[in-house]
Unconditional design. Structure first.
Length: 281
């Protein structure tokens, strides 16, 4: 089998066109959506992610504020910035890029963000709302994955979905969204024994571990949909995911490429969440 590709760039373009239209309608009423992005420290990867988020805002009619701070910023200083943005009426979404430096408690910072501005969907009350089936904001990456499954009209209800990776950012909320869409969900983690035993039974396989080639072609059920959330570099320095792409293409019915798959969808769903925060306001 030669898998079809779910093109995250193309799907993003469609969704962003709709976002831009709705953002323009709010702008006419003097209610332009606004996103504040905070970056602490100088991680190269985080800087690239944040730059792409800001650029996407600019291109789609969303006002953005970028605050970059030295790694020496204290937790109290960061909390003070978050509190100020909570009260800024031009800002509807607040994103603090993770990971934060080790001396800052990221849980404390996330809980300081007003839940109605938590466009990442990481606040404990938003995690609880998601868990109980009343999400205010769906975390952007899992939300983007659901949008990709939607775009191929995949019948999620009744399917067996296997999520590899159990992070708060991707794995856990992904499992919740799939469960709520009617899938039977298995969550694997870094300690799972015989990972292939589980992945080979997946109709939908979502891989989010940050480990290159953790899933190879022989671990994929023929005809499965394979969603690769990983973002790694191969030996030649080229971007690659967590899944052996060539191996997956031979076995799966649909695959997402890296780059050009889930990555652009994560940013797109951040725009959607920011827009919805502004529309609710
Ligand atoms: N670091 C990696 N992914 C994300 C994300 O989706 N949001 C934030 N805030 N930080 C991240």
């Amino acid at each position: 089998m030669s898998a079809k590709i779910i093109d995250g760039n193309q799907l993003s373009k469609q969704v962003r066109t709709e976002v831009a239209k709705r953002a323009a309608a709010l702008n006419v009423q003097g209610r332009q959506p606004g996103l504040a992005v905070i970056l602490v420290g100088d991680s190269q990867a985080s800087q690239v992610y944040v730059r792409n988020k800001i650029k996407a805002c600019e291109e789609n009619g969303i006002h953005s504020v970028f605050e970059k701070y030295d790694v020496s910023m204290t937790e109290a200083e960061l909390l003070a910035r978050v509190h100020a943005l909570n009260h800024d009426s031009k800002i509807h979404g607040i994103l603090v890029q993770l990971p934060l430096p080790a001396h800052i408690d990221s849980h404390k910072v996330i809980e300081a963000i007003a839940a109605e501005k938590d466009v990442d969907g990481f606040h404990i009350s938003n995690a609880g709302l998601l868990m109980t089936g009343q999400p205010l904001f769906r975390p952007c990456t899992p939300y983007g994955v659901m949008k990709m499954l939607d775009s191929i009209d995949y019948p999620v209800r009744g399917a067996h979905a296997v999520v590899v990776g159990a992070s708060n950012i991707v794995g856990k909320p992904q499992a919740m969204l799939l469960l709520q869409a009617g899938a039977t969900v298995t969550i694997c983690n870094s300690k799972t024994r015989d990972l292939g035993h589980h992945t080979r039974d997946a109709d939908i396989l979502v891989v989010a571990t940050g480990k290159r080639n953790i899933v190879t072609g022989d671990m994929i059920k023929p005809g499965a949909v394979v969603i690769d959330v990983g973002m790694n570099r191969d030996d030649a320095g080229k971007l690659c995911g967590d899944v052996d792409y060539a191996g997956a293409c031979d076995v799966a019915s649909w695959v997402t490429p890296v780059p050009g798959g889930v990555g652009p969808m994560t940013i797109t769903m951040l725009l959607v969440n920011t827009l919805e925060a502004a529309e609710r306001n």
